[in-house]
Design a protein around this ligand. Structure first.
Ligand code: 3PG
Length: 409
């Protein structure tokens, strides 16, 4: 693992601990209620529980949504959910670093938990900066003197150089929480020395990410095969010279994805045998699934899933794999007519002997829907951070912990 300190490296008894978690959850736009509490549960049952058991005064920092978006809400209901998960009181305070927050922290006793206001209510939270710059903000300057240790458990937000992610590391002893530690270990295993053959299954709509990941894992000889699905897969078909039909091309244009075709074309030219695209597809004909082979393209209908032949071909490759990474569903699995590809592919991954790493919000939702959680090697709840990590990018949140470890060896 990277050179960072963990919760094993400090005594937490009676210490005031600032713990940055990623509670960011899907919110029902109508009711404003949390739809899925997996992230709260994950941090609650590991890092926060352990800190409480070790006698810390646990001050929780988290974000929910982005300012201006409908999911930008208070963390009051997150605090309630955490209380339910832990079966103990959790105090919420509607303040981040003002007098109310500071006196609430000062009043805390060993084993108590306090959730502060959504960190993104602080207008400078999301302004990028270096750890040293972020450490000078009022937010850090106000809270750091009240705390003994900073625990960063927010792997899923570690790709953000935000104040609450990197600003405390230069001024407090700083360690990775258990989720951060677990994610880094599992992902390093998937990336650094994957057992061969290693297969990446890339779907979803983020075709630009799919291109960058594919290039990285092929150039670095990490992946043996890339199996393409979803909208990203459609773009790979375009790069192979196929005409998908006006409707599908317009969709790719609207999503501003066509600009990646040239890069994909070059990648396919370099690795023609290792990048697999669908030989057949499912189209939406008046709400019903119909399958066509790619030779039958162009089509007047929307492409919504990979076809049966593709599923079979991909499943054979999956069966022989020793390690598998899945990022993005291969079809519109939310619609039952087009769930077949995602369902059979994920089942094949779950039933294979390979170490499997599954990540990204939609993919994890599909795995949960299919009740395959227990059969996967590792499920990462991170979306953007996972993508950055898989592309070999340095995550600012992790880099800040590395710097802190150098100061506190
Ligand atoms: C996520 O859900 O990917 C993280 O919480 C980061 O959220 P952001 O993309 O709004 O920074």
């Amino acid at each position: 693992m990277t050179n960072i300190l963990t919760m094993d490296d400090f005594n937490f008894d009676n210490r005031t601990v600032l713990v940055r978690v990623d509670f960011n959850s899907p919110i029902d736009p109508e009711t404003g209620k949390i739809l899925e509490d997996i992230r709260i549960r994950m941090h609650g049952e590991t890092t926060i529980k352990e800190l409480v058991e070790k006698g810390s005064k646990v001050v929780v920092l988290a974000h929910q949504g982005r300012p201006g978006e409908p999911d930008f809400t208070s963390l009051e209901q997150h605090a309630k959910a955490l209380s339910g998960i832990l079966g103990r009181p959790v105090r919420y305070i509607d303040d981040l670093f003002g007098e109310k927050a500071k006196s609430a922290i000062r009043e805390m006793k060993s084993g108590e938990i306090l959730v502060l206001q959504n960190v993104r209510t602080y207008t400078k939270e999301c302004k990028k900066g270096t750890p040293e710059e972020q450490a000078k903000t009022e937010f850090v300057q106000s809270l750091a003197p009240l705390a003994d240790i900073f625990v960063n458990d927010a792997f899923a937000a570690a790709h953000r150089a935000h104040v609450s992610i990197i600003g405390f590391a230069p001024v407090l002893p700083s360690v990775a929480g258990r989720i951060m530690e677990r994610e880094l270990e599992a992902l390093a295993k998937a990336l650094e020395s994957p057992e061969k053959p290693c297969v990446y299954i890339l779907g979803g709509a983020k075709a630009d990410d799919a291109l960058r990941i594919s290039k990285y894992v092929l150039d670095n000889n990490i992946a043996d095969y890339i199996l393409m699905g979803g909208v990203a897969g459609h773009l790979f078909l375009v790069a192979k010279g196929m005409d998908l039909g006006r409707l599908n091309i317009e969709f790719l244009q609207k999503k501003k994805l066509m600009e990646f075709v040239q890069g994909i074309r070059e990648l396919i030219r370099e690795y023609p045998e290792r990048i697999k695209t669908a030989p057949d597809l499912a189209i939406d004909v008046d709400g019903k699934r119909r399958e066509i082979s790619v030779e039958e393209l162009p089509t007047d209908y929307s492409l919504c899933d990979i076809g049966t032949k593709t599923i079979q071909q991909y499943a054979e490759i999956i069966e022989k794999a020793k390690s598998i990474v899945v990022s993005g569903p291969v079809g519109i699995f939310e619609n039952e007519e087009f769930a077949k590809g995602t369902k059979i592919i994920l089942e094949a991954v779950a039933n294979s002997q390979a170490f499997s790493l599954v990540g990204g919000g939609h993919t994890v939702a599909a795995v949960k829907q299919l009740a395959l959680e227990q059969k996967m090697g590792y499920i990462s709840t991170a979306g953007g951070a996972l993508i950055e990590f898989l592309m070999g990018e340095e995550l600012p949140g992790v880099a800040a912990l590395e710097e802190a470890a150098k100061r506190n060896p």
